[in-house]
Write a protein that binds this ligand. Sequence first.
Ligand code: ADP
Ligand code: MG
Length: 255
Amino acid sequence: RTAAPPALDVRDVTVRFAGLTALDDVSFTVAPGTVHAVIGPNGAGKSTCFNVLSGLYRPAQGSVRLGDAELTRLAPHRIAALGVARTFQNIVTTQGTVADNLMLGRHVLSRAGFAASALRLPRAAREQREHLARAREIAELTGLGEHFETPVALLSYGDRKRVELARALCLEPRVLLLDEPVAGMNAGERARTAEVVRDVRAELGLSVVLVEHDMGLVMRLADEVTVLDFGRAIAHGTPDEVRRDPEVLRAYLGT
Ligand code: ADP
Ligand code: MG
């Protein structure tokens, strides 16, 4: 549907918190249209890495580029406008219907804005209809089609967590950042979400950066993996390569 997204290039990124180096000179590249997993033990720096990519944290040094665009010190909404959308590890929506939540995602894209549509300006009304139609398509794509008008509070945990993914897609991103998208899900919900991520990548042609604890999911979904340990990137490669890497085994087994 759209042109291939540009590569996301993370170069020599260091993040420090009072005395603690949460990311230490981390570099990796996400090839266009691929799923790139960032894995590592608790406290390794995965969420910090996402917070740098989405503009919530400013690195002490290093850069993040999307194609020709420098993202490094831009505010989160500017980075989102350049096509990088994220989900959060621990946020699960409980307010409104699925449609309401997806329309909030569309709001950011709407030139006329919701204030204008409240005045029933004809163009705003048409844009509103288009946004609603697109929100419905995204709901179908993420397995939420039958629940479009359902209050999210009535959905299963797995469906509710996927509303967060669908909301991020409503920004029409070129790069999607998923922070532990299957955390807390049962086996069935995990498999369903894996399928959705695969469909979304194929259908929308986006690049996905995936932070995930569930190694099964990473092995099934990722084209490439970067392994963090104590803020350092200790390995890069295909899932099979990193799974056999002695330093990765040591980091996970804690020996
Ligand atoms: P992960 O997501 O891999 O579990 P995090 O990126 O959340 O790891 O954390 C990496 C390290 O940075 C941890 O030691 C954590 O305590 C620390 N850290 C993360 N965010 C902050 C913050 N806002 N202030 C201080 N320390 C932080
Ligand atoms: Mg985390």
